[in-house]
Write a protein that binds this ligand. Structure first.
Ligand SMILES: Nc1nc2c(ncn2[C@@H]2O[C@H](COP(=O)(O)OP(=O)(O)O)[C@@H](O)[C@H]2O)c(=O)[nH]1
Ligand SMILES: [Mg+2]
Ligand SMILES: [Zn+2]
Length: 291
């Protein structure tokens, strides 16, 4: 089978997918053969093997097994694969328009921990930030040990720092609609790909599904907004384990939920200011929401 080429999935439409062939510039459109089956629909970040056709085009022969996948939960409770083989989740929030929602931010950071991918926290729209807001949020999340960057993708501020941070990584941009994910994607070079996609007919499908930009080393995936980025059913201990500031506390009861239990070290740390109130509030809300 020496004529097979390895490829990376860039975007997936209804019946076809755009692929980037290893070692070849540009993109090729491949039709999704029925034989791949619905269960093995490719997603951005998937690796597969294709057979080039005479006269151009390729046929997908097989998908490689995924090393990992990012599953999001729909409001109906179904699980949907968004991206494959990702090692970094770029969690984007804007200081304003829409305002920072720490619940969503903490949920996505916990989501990264649960998927065993590294979160990188990005704040956008520093030009719209209120006094002190930038310092408080950056200090909070840096204090938890996360990589945090403040970026203005419209003006290009700190875009190079993000490029360096993401070099060699397989990253997925996530965050609410309107925070600047696509602006970051374009600022890092994704524009050509997206332009190509719409010009050559994948059309509107790409605005509602994820799409990938392949760098020299690694890739970046832009995803649609994450209104329904649920964590799914979780035990207390699992959820608390995904909050770095809660995970290390040893309460009197080993199965402490950190709610009303006596001698709770988490609540003591919240009262003493070692755990931010907003982080504890996020934990409580996510625990209450967990189906
Ligand atoms: N003022 C300001 N606007 C920004 C910044 N970053 C992005 N925007 C604007 O925010 C809007 C939403 O951006 P978009 O990238 O589409 O967000 P997405 O929904 O997360 O993909 C656009 O009008 C951008 O021009 C920023 O740093 N400052
Ligand atoms: Mg977008
Ligand atoms: Zn406790």
């Amino acid at each position: 089978m020496s004529d097979l080429c390895r490829a990376l999935v860039v975007a997936v439409g209804k019946n076809s997918a755009w692929l980037s062939l290893d070692g070849v510039g540009g993109l090729v459109l491949a039709s999704l053969r029925r034989s791949l089956g619905k269960r093995s629909m490719p997603v951005p970040g998937d690796r597969l093997w294709v057979r080039p056709l005479q006269g151009g085009g390729v046929v997908i022969e097989r998908l490689e097994a995924r090393e990992s996948s990012i599953e999001r939960r729909t409001p109906e409770g179904r699980s949907k694969t968004m991206a494959a083989n990702v090692d970094t989740l770029v969690v984007v929030s804007s200081f304003a328009d829409p305002p920072v929602r720490t619940l969503t931010l903490d949920q996505l950071v916990a989501f990264a921990a649960l998927h065993e991918v590294e979160p990188v926290i990005v704040f956008t729209k520093p030009d719209l930030a209120a006094d002190d807001q930038e310092r408080v949020l950056v200090d909070l999340y840096r204090g938890l040990g996360y990589q945090v960057l403040v970026i203005n993708p419209k003006r290009g501020e700190n875009v190079e720092a993000l490029r360096l941070l993401l070099a060699g990584r397989a990253a997925l941009l996530v965050g609410p609609s309107g925070v600047g994910k696509s602006s970051i994607f374009r600022a890092l070079g994704g524009e050509a790909v997206v332009g190509e996609l719409s010009r050559r007919g994948l059309g509107r499908a790409t605005t509602s599904t994820a799409r990938l930009y392949r760098g020299t080393d690694g890739f970046l995936i832009d995803s649609p907004g994450v209104a329904d980025f649920g964590l799914g059913p979780l035990a207390c201990a699992q959820l608390a384990g995904a909050f770095v500031d809660l995970a290390s506390r040893r309460c009197r009861f080993r199965d402490c939920r950190h709610l009303e239990e006596p001698d709770c070290e988490v609540r003591r740390a919240v009262d003493g200011g070692q755990i931010a109130q907003s982080r504890y509030d996020s934990y409580c809300k996510l625990l209450a929401e967990s189906p």
